[in-house]
Design a protein around this ligand. Structure first.
Ligand SMILES: [Zn+2]
Length: 169
Protein backbone atom coordinates (compact mmCIF):
# COMPACT_ATOMS: atom_id res chain seq x y z
CA UNK A 1 0.00 0.00 0.00
CA UNK A 2 1.09 3.52 -0.76
CA UNK A 3 2.58 5.39 2.18
CA UNK A 4 0.25 8.09 3.46
CA UNK A 5 1.83 11.46 4.06
CA UNK A 6 -0.04 12.79 7.10
CA UNK A 7 1.79 16.13 7.13
CA UNK A 8 0.80 16.77 3.54
CA UNK A 9 -2.82 15.89 4.24
CA UNK A 10 -2.90 18.19 7.26
CA UNK A 11 -1.44 21.00 5.19
CA UNK A 12 -4.10 20.45 2.53
CA UNK A 13 -6.78 20.53 5.19
CA UNK A 14 -5.43 23.77 6.65
CA UNK A 15 -5.32 25.24 3.14
CA UNK A 16 -8.93 24.26 2.55
CA UNK A 17 -10.24 25.86 5.73
CA UNK A 18 -7.81 28.76 6.23
CA UNK A 19 -6.56 29.51 2.73
CA UNK A 20 -3.06 30.35 1.61
CA UNK A 21 -2.30 32.37 4.74
CA UNK A 22 -3.31 29.44 6.90
CA UNK A 23 -0.89 27.26 4.96
CA UNK A 24 1.90 29.80 5.46
CA UNK A 25 1.25 30.12 9.20
CA UNK A 26 1.11 26.38 9.69
CA UNK A 27 4.31 25.86 7.74
CA UNK A 28 6.21 28.31 9.95
CA UNK A 29 6.36 25.60 12.66
CA UNK A 30 5.73 28.18 15.37
CA UNK A 31 6.49 26.22 18.49
CA UNK A 32 5.94 29.10 20.91
CA UNK A 33 3.00 31.25 21.73
CA UNK A 34 2.68 34.35 19.55
CA UNK A 35 0.45 37.38 19.17
CA UNK A 36 -1.31 37.96 15.88
CA UNK A 37 -0.30 41.61 15.67
CA UNK A 38 3.38 40.85 16.09
CA UNK A 39 3.19 38.08 13.53
CA UNK A 40 1.39 40.39 11.11
CA UNK A 41 4.23 42.88 11.44
CA UNK A 42 6.90 40.25 11.00
CA UNK A 43 5.29 38.71 7.95
CA UNK A 44 4.03 41.94 6.43
CA UNK A 45 0.56 40.44 6.10
CA UNK A 46 -2.56 42.36 7.07
CA UNK A 47 -3.59 41.54 10.64
CA UNK A 48 -7.22 40.94 9.69
CA UNK A 49 -6.08 38.31 7.17
CA UNK A 50 -3.91 36.65 9.81
CA UNK A 51 -6.74 36.65 12.32
CA UNK A 52 -9.19 35.27 9.78
CA UNK A 53 -6.84 32.37 9.02
CA UNK A 54 -6.13 31.72 12.70
CA UNK A 55 -9.81 31.68 13.65
CA UNK A 56 -10.51 29.27 10.80
CA UNK A 57 -7.75 27.04 12.17
CA UNK A 58 -9.22 27.44 15.64
CA UNK A 59 -12.60 26.23 14.32
CA UNK A 60 -11.15 22.84 13.43
CA UNK A 61 -9.01 22.68 16.57
CA UNK A 62 -5.60 23.19 15.01
CA UNK A 63 -5.02 26.55 16.71
CA UNK A 64 -5.96 27.89 20.12
CA UNK A 65 -5.79 31.28 21.75
CA UNK A 66 -5.85 33.05 25.09
CA UNK A 67 -6.86 36.65 25.53
CA UNK A 68 -4.74 38.75 27.84
CA UNK A 69 -4.86 42.41 28.61
CA UNK A 70 -1.64 44.22 27.86
CA UNK A 71 -0.59 45.98 31.10
CA UNK A 72 0.91 48.96 29.30
CA UNK A 73 -1.66 49.72 26.64
CA UNK A 74 -4.73 48.17 28.28
CA UNK A 75 -5.62 46.52 24.97
CA UNK A 76 -6.77 42.92 24.69
CA UNK A 77 -4.16 40.79 23.01
CA UNK A 78 -4.61 37.38 21.43
CA UNK A 79 -1.92 34.87 22.29
CA UNK A 80 -2.01 32.06 19.78
CA UNK A 81 -0.57 28.62 19.70
CA UNK A 82 -0.70 26.15 16.84
CA UNK A 83 -1.46 22.60 17.95
CA UNK A 84 0.94 20.62 15.82
CA UNK A 85 0.63 17.69 18.20
CA UNK A 86 -3.11 17.49 17.57
CA UNK A 87 -2.80 17.51 13.77
CA UNK A 88 -3.42 13.80 13.39
CA UNK A 89 -6.50 13.89 15.62
CA UNK A 90 -7.90 16.94 13.78
CA UNK A 91 -7.30 15.32 10.40
CA UNK A 92 -9.06 12.17 11.55
CA UNK A 93 -12.09 14.08 12.76
CA UNK A 94 -12.37 16.12 9.56
CA UNK A 95 -12.03 13.01 7.39
CA UNK A 96 -14.76 11.30 9.38
CA UNK A 97 -16.99 14.33 8.83
CA UNK A 98 -16.31 14.25 5.08
CA UNK A 99 -17.02 10.54 5.00
CA UNK A 100 -20.36 11.08 6.70
CA UNK A 101 -21.30 13.75 4.15
CA UNK A 102 -20.39 11.43 1.28
CA UNK A 103 -22.49 8.66 2.79
CA UNK A 104 -25.45 11.00 3.11
CA UNK A 105 -24.98 12.01 -0.50
CA UNK A 106 -25.04 8.38 -1.55
CA UNK A 107 -28.29 7.94 0.35
CA UNK A 108 -29.96 10.90 -1.32
CA UNK A 109 -28.68 9.94 -4.78
CA UNK A 110 -29.84 6.37 -4.29
CA UNK A 111 -33.34 7.39 -3.29
CA UNK A 112 -33.91 10.07 -5.89
CA UNK A 113 -34.95 9.59 -9.47
CA UNK A 114 -33.87 12.28 -11.89
CA UNK A 115 -34.47 13.04 -15.51
CA UNK A 116 -32.00 15.00 -17.55
CA UNK A 117 -32.04 16.76 -20.90
CA UNK A 118 -29.58 15.14 -23.37
CA UNK A 119 -28.29 18.67 -24.06
CA UNK A 120 -27.80 19.24 -20.31
CA UNK A 121 -30.30 22.10 -20.13
CA UNK A 122 -32.08 20.77 -17.04
CA UNK A 123 -32.06 18.07 -14.40
CA UNK A 124 -35.48 17.50 -12.79
CA UNK A 125 -37.21 15.18 -10.36
CA UNK A 126 -39.57 12.49 -11.57
CA UNK A 127 -42.59 14.62 -10.59
CA UNK A 128 -41.30 17.59 -12.53
CA UNK A 129 -40.55 15.38 -15.50
CA UNK A 130 -44.20 14.25 -15.53
CA UNK A 131 -45.29 17.89 -15.44
CA UNK A 132 -43.13 18.52 -18.49
CA UNK A 133 -44.41 15.41 -20.27
CA UNK A 134 -40.77 14.32 -20.32
CA UNK A 135 -39.75 17.09 -22.70
CA UNK A 136 -37.10 19.73 -22.05
CA UNK A 137 -38.80 23.15 -21.84
CA UNK A 138 -35.72 24.84 -23.26
CA UNK A 139 -34.71 22.80 -26.28
CA UNK A 140 -37.65 20.43 -26.70
CA UNK A 141 -35.59 17.23 -26.47
CA UNK A 142 -36.98 14.21 -24.76
CA UNK A 143 -35.70 13.86 -21.19
CA UNK A 144 -33.63 10.81 -20.28
CA UNK A 145 -33.64 8.85 -17.08
CA UNK A 146 -30.47 9.77 -15.21
CA UNK A 147 -28.44 6.84 -14.14
CA UNK A 148 -26.88 7.71 -10.78
CA UNK A 149 -24.78 4.58 -10.62
CA UNK A 150 -21.66 6.33 -11.88
CA UNK A 151 -21.95 9.13 -9.38
CA UNK A 152 -22.54 6.66 -6.58
CA UNK A 153 -19.57 4.56 -7.64
CA UNK A 154 -17.35 7.66 -7.53
CA UNK A 155 -18.62 8.57 -4.07
CA UNK A 156 -17.90 5.05 -2.88
CA UNK A 157 -14.39 5.28 -4.29
CA UNK A 158 -13.83 8.49 -2.33
CA UNK A 159 -15.05 6.84 0.85
CA UNK A 160 -12.70 3.94 0.25
CA UNK A 161 -9.76 6.33 -0.05
CA UNK A 162 -10.76 8.07 3.18
CA UNK A 163 -11.06 4.72 4.95
CA UNK A 164 -7.56 3.80 3.88
CA UNK A 165 -6.19 7.02 5.34
CA UNK A 166 -8.22 6.64 8.52
CA UNK A 167 -6.79 3.18 9.04
CA UNK A 168 -3.31 4.67 9.32
CA UNK A 169 -4.23 7.53 11.66
ZN1 LIG B 1 -32.74 20.76 -23.33
Amino acid sequence: MKEIDVDKLVLELVGRVAGEIGTILYSLQLEDEFTDDKLALELGIDISEIRKALFAMYEIGIAEYKRKRDDETGWMEYYWRINYSRAREVLKRELEKTKKKLEEKIDSESNAIFYICPNYCIKVSYDDAIELNFYCPKCGSMLNYLDCENAIRNLKEEIKKIDEILKTL
